[in-house]
Ligand binder design. Structure first.
Ligand code: BGC
Length: 512
């Protein structure tokens, strides 16, 4: 497990506490929230490449695809209705994250997690039983509402529960279960697509009920976080809870700091208006930029459309689904690398290394696709070795994402917000993430058709921009207790002008 060493020295604070079994199990159970998100990401791309599904719900796309078999490969899947199926979910998630913010703050992290699981379960029933496009879309809206709640509450739950030294590793449990969800969906699509009679897609879509039930059962058993219990006035319960998860009795220092943070938080009537205050400018900036950049890495082009993309490159039906399984495995395994390194190497190192790796792979993929397909996009027979090379670069790219922007896109926002703005700011993070996931899902097929191989260059450009922003503006947050995070901005060359050193602040950095 990661961590240890000389961490927790910011502002001189160190709290006693170990990585107990209790905290480990609690975090693993909470992280299951990522399963529903991941399952959905993985399932939609595969289902939309299954011919019987297309024929039943999107006959125009089906006919176009069959007709265009030999012509322009870049454009054959371009259909706004088809992409609407994938992306409707993200708009619903965007909206529900705002409702989730109020629930998470007023009633605790746990009710939000439970609501997320239940809404997702309803969505899976609609989708598995769908007889028309309307039912499909309604189902996806419910799934999206569930994801909005889960993604709002789970990362906060993990960052608040974990001892600060292991916060990175434990929070990345969320991303780990996202990738397990994606992989499970990819494997199931591969198997269900083979079912005679062509109804395998029903199992793929209805199968979303399984991660939903796991998440519901898990979150029903979890206690709420000490931070949230204190925020809602349950001090005694919070202290007991803190002792249990830290595995020591001497939790007074941490407990008192949590109470102080909560007193500041209690004075805030409207966290939304509060967010706009000058002293929260760094947090607000990253609540918007991190999810925006995470989506502009282009990762979801691979996640949603890998089978379609591989088919476009001339792989057969089976080979296309199989390649998606391969990228799914790489995504999952490479996430482990970030779990073991994030609390040692730090967030900045992973962001910058992963960013460089992804950039190089995007350039290589562009060159390979351009050489074979040119701008006409006319179909060619890809030699096996050539196709293998494309898959190789796509896998190295996926690994880069899996140990940088993937997990850090959820970890960093959840650890930089002070309690008084935490749930509101996390909603901004989720909604910006969903908005740009929506854009990528909605416009990718049209972009592929219009930009051709230049599509990857578009994302490569953004990789350069985001790496520069991280290098210059994101301070390191590893090993710093969550309610102590304000200090990192006060000493940062740029942000210190927003967060004055001499302000009279509480331990959590809020004004008194
Ligand atoms: C992102 C998703 C992405 C997934 C891939 C997550 O962190 O938010 O958009 O599909 O990682 O593993």
């Amino acid at each position: 497990m990661a961590g240890g060493g000389d961490m927790g020295l910011s502002n001189g604070k160190k709290y006693p506490g170990k990585l107990t079994r209790k905290v480990l199990v609690t975090c693993i159970v909470a992280a299951m929230g990522g399963l529903i998100f991941g399952y959905d990401i993985g399932i939609s791309g595969g289902v939309t490449s299954m011919a019987p599904f297309l024929e039943k719900f999107f006959p125009a796309v089906y006919r176009k695809q069959a007709r265009d078999a030999g012509t322009n490969q870049y454009c054959k899947f371009n259909s706004q209705t088809l992409t609407m199926f994938t992306s409707s979910l993200y708009l619903a998630a965007l909206l529900s994250s705002f409702v989730a913010s109020a629930v998470t703050r007023k009633y605790g992290r746990k009710p939000s997690m439970l609501s997320g699981g239940i809404l997702f379960l309803i969505g899976s029933a609609f989708n598995g039983a769908a007889v028309n496009v309307a039912m499909l879309i309604v189902g996806r809206i419910f799934l999206g509402l569930g994801i909005g709640f889960a993604n709002q509450s789970v990362p906060l739950y993990l960052s608040e529960t974990a001892p600060y030294k292991y916060r990175g590793a434990l929070n990345i449990g969320f991303q780990m279960s996202i990738t397990i969800g994606i992989l499970a969906a990819n494997v199931l699509n591969f198997l269900f697509a083979k079912i005679e009679g062509g109804w395998g897609w029903r199992l793929s879509l209805g199968g979303a009920a399984v991660p939903a039930l796991i998440f519901i059962a898990g979150s029903a058993c979890l206690p709420d976080t000490p931070n949230s219990l204190i925020e809602r006035g349950n001090h005694e319960q919070a202290k007991e809870q803190l002792k249990k998860i830290r595995g020591v009795d001497s939790v007074d220092r941490e407990f008192n700091d949590l109470v102080a943070a909560s007193e500041v938080s209690g004075k805030v009537d409207n966290p939304w208006a509060n967010l706009l205050q000058r002293k929260y400018r760094p947090q607000l900036t990253f609540a918007v930029l991190i999810p925006f950049f995470q989506q502009l890495t282009g990762m979801n082009v691979i996640m949603f459309y890998a089978p379609v993309l591989f088919k476009t490159l001339g792989f057969g039906d089976d080979a296309a689904l199989m390649s998606a399984v391969i990228t799914g495995i790489v995504n999952c395994v490479a996430t482990l690398a970030s779990i073991v390194s994030v609390d040692r190497l730090g967030r900045r190192f992973l962001f910058l290394e992963g960013g460089t790796q992804m950039f190089l792979c995007q350039v290589a993929t562009t060159v390979l696709i351009a050489l074979k397909f040119g701008t006409s996009g006319n179909s060619v027979d890809l030699p096996k070795w050539y196709a293998g090379l494309v898959v190789f670069f796509i896998c190295v790219y996926v690994a880069g994402f899996a140990w940088s922007w993937g997990p850090l896109g959820w970890l960093v926002p959840s650890e930089i917000f002070p309690l008084e703005i935490r749930s509101a700011a996390q909603s901004i993070n989720v909604s910006v993430n969903m908005l740009f996931t929506f854009f990528i899902a909605q416009i990718f097929l049209a972009m592929l058709c219009g930009l051709k191989f230049g599509l990857f260059i578009f994302f490569a450009f953004w990789m350069v921009v985001m790496s520069i922003v991280i290098k210059l503006f994101l301070p390191e947050t590893k090993g710093i207790p969550i309610e102590e995070m304000a200090g990192v901005w006060k000493t940062h060359w740029f942000w210190k002008r927003y967060v004055a050193e001499d302000e009279n602040t509480t331990p959590n950095g809020g004004m008194v």
